[in-house]
Structure formats: C-alpha cells, structure tokens
Ligand binder design. Sequence first.
Ligand code: GDP
Length: 197
Amino acid sequence: MKIKSAEFVMSNSDVAKCPKSRLPEYAFIGRSNVGKSSLINMLTSRKSLAKTSGRPGKTQLINHFLINKNWHLVDLPGYGYARVSKSAKKVFQKFITQYFALREQLVTAFVLVDIRHKPQPVDLEFMQWLGENGIPFSIIFTKADKLKPKAIENYVEDYKNVLLETWEDMPNYFITSSSKDIGKDDVLNYIESLNEN
Ligand code: GDP
C-alpha cells in the first residue's frame, strides 16, 4: 500500500468521543519507549506525525490519524512506565479496556515489542488479555537494526516458545526497524489485505 495522505484527526481521553466514522481502524500499542512513534512515522513516511516522546508515559491519549482517507491509524498510550503512579495505571487500564470494548471499527491491534528485550510479563499479560477478550492482534518487533539476522531468528524462536506455553498458535508477527526502514511494506500490505476483506 502506498501512503498518499496521512492527517491528524484528534486526540482524546474519552473513547465515546473518538471519530464516529465506520472506517476500519488499526491500533498501535506497546510499552513506553518501544519505538511506537518512530514506527508510525516510518509507516506513514512522515517525520513527525506521531510525536516521539521526550518524556515516556506522558501522553495518555488516544490519537487518531486518517490514512489515505480510508482507514484510521490509532496511536494508543504506552504502558508499563515505572514512574507512573498506581492511580494513573488504573485510569490507563480503564481507558484502554474501554477503547477495546467499544471500538467496533477496530480490525486488529499491533502490540509492539522491543526485539532486544526478553518476553516481558507486562506484554505477555496484555496479549493474554487481548486474547481472552477476542481482540485480534499481531506483534511488531521493533528496533531490529540492533540485532544481527541470526540473533533475530533466535530471539523470535524464543519468543514463540514462550507464547506457545499458553497459546495454540504464534500470532502474526512483523520484524521492523524504523531507523533502517525495515518491515514497512509488510505491515502496510497486511493492513491493505485486511481492508480489502
Ligand atoms: P515511543 O515512546 O514508543 O513512542 O518510542 P519512540 O518512537 O519515541 O522511540 C523511543 C526511542 O527509541 C528513541 O530514542 C528512538 O530514537 C529509539 N528508536 C525508535 N525506533 C528505533 C529503531 O528502529 N531502531 C533504533 N535503533 N532505535 C529506535
């Protein structure tokens, strides 16, 4: 898929106020600092559509972007930021839970995982929660430029083994690097294939 246009639509903290349109929607979520903003900028070929976070955990908003005038890319807040208070975590959970419960337009979520880190409980728990709630998701491994091809292969194999302890199948996954422009077409073509269905 070629990105012809990418426009910011709105940011808000209330799921009920998200765009009413029925356009298919794809949500990007992951731990703070995983490289989500960089990935969104790579996918849309825009330098600063999503603001790369100076202070992780600060932006707790749902951000809608309209792509090619026919689908929404949604930048969800990063989770698992240690310096956020317990009450802030609760608000975050409620807000994310509501987003996934109420957004019927959501086609799939992309859970971002930093390829340098071992499977983290917070990511595994989040994927588990998505699975239990019947929300389709794929994994996007970020920062692949940090590892050599063989190490990437081993890493993905280890990740698979951990997931297969609780899952029957490995979810769809993508290997990406925003600094080296890797994986962009794979993710965009996947979205295009889902949009066509
Ligand atoms: P966010 O908090 O998840 O939105 O993450 P950002 O996109 O702001 O990135 C967090 C940090 O990771 C920044 O210092 C980025 O420069 C760095 N980063 C993001 N993507 C990549 C990547 O593909 N490769 C490398 N090496 N660093 C990256």
